[in-house]
Design a protein around this ligand. Structure first.
Ligand code: GRF
Length: 203
């Protein structure tokens, strides 16, 4: 399964996906990495690995719609079977959704539908919940509202702040996200169908 991985920041999920591919735990290939800003650490990591990279910045386009259309064209140039939002801090628009129907997955640092949007860990700490976690879901037109494919829970400890909780959640993201991509590659999860799981599915 060829992946286009979209990033904005550090790229720890990109690294985890690469590590899982290298270890034979994720039956995929990273065709390209695209960022919405030129300084993303994830871009440098991809370039070091010889993975093609692109930058598509909203400020280089006249409107949100123009950026969305350009983004769809750039992503399509990687000919991906799956578009992976790995810490991509933007809402993808109608052009992206139309070009890759049921073929965009996101990882979110909360147990959706609780705490969508930015700062999932901070929202969880502020709400005083005792459990949080990560969610991998298909992307639709809403903000973190698409069909849920997998989740993993972690405890929220009394001593946690948003940062310590996010670190604990990210350890689960790094496990679950590559596993979901592998499951899609192997046909255990069929995006667009109601998620169904074969007996050997690892979560
Ligand atoms: C992750 O926690 C993810 O849930 C959220 O953004 C963060 C990206 O982290 N969407 P990284 O860039 O993969 O380290």
């Amino acid at each position: 399964l060829d992946l286009a991985v979209l990033v904005s920041g550090r790229g720890s999920n990109l690294r985890a996906i690469c590590a899982a591919i290298d270890a034979g735990r994720c039956d995929a290939r990273i065709a390209g990495v695209l960022a919405d800003r030129s300084q993303a650490d994830a871009l440098a990591f991809a370039a070091e690995r010889g993975i093609p990279t692109r930058v598509c910045r909203p400020k280089d386009h006249a409107s949100r719609e123009a950026w969305d259309a350009a983004l769809a064209d750039e992503v399509a140039s990687f000919a991906p079977g799956l578009v992976v939002l790995a810490g991509f801090m933007r809402i993808v628009g109608p052009a992206m959704l139309a070009r890759f129907p049921y073929r965009i997955v996101n990882v979110h640092p909360a147990l959706l539908p609780a705490f969508p949007g930015t700062d999932g860990p901070a929202q969880a700490v502020a709400a005083g919940v005792r459990l949080s976690g990560c969610t991998v879901h298909l992307v639709d037109a809403g903000v973190d509202t698409g069909p849920i494919l997998a989740q993993a829970a972690v405890p929220v400890l009394p001593s946690d702040d948003a940062s310590t909780l996010h670190t604990r959640i990210q350890a689960q993201e790094h496990r679950v996200f590559p596993a979901v991509i592998d499951a899609i590659a192997r046909g255990w999860i069929v995006p667009g169908a109601r998620p169904s799981f074969a007996p050997s599915c690892p979560f």
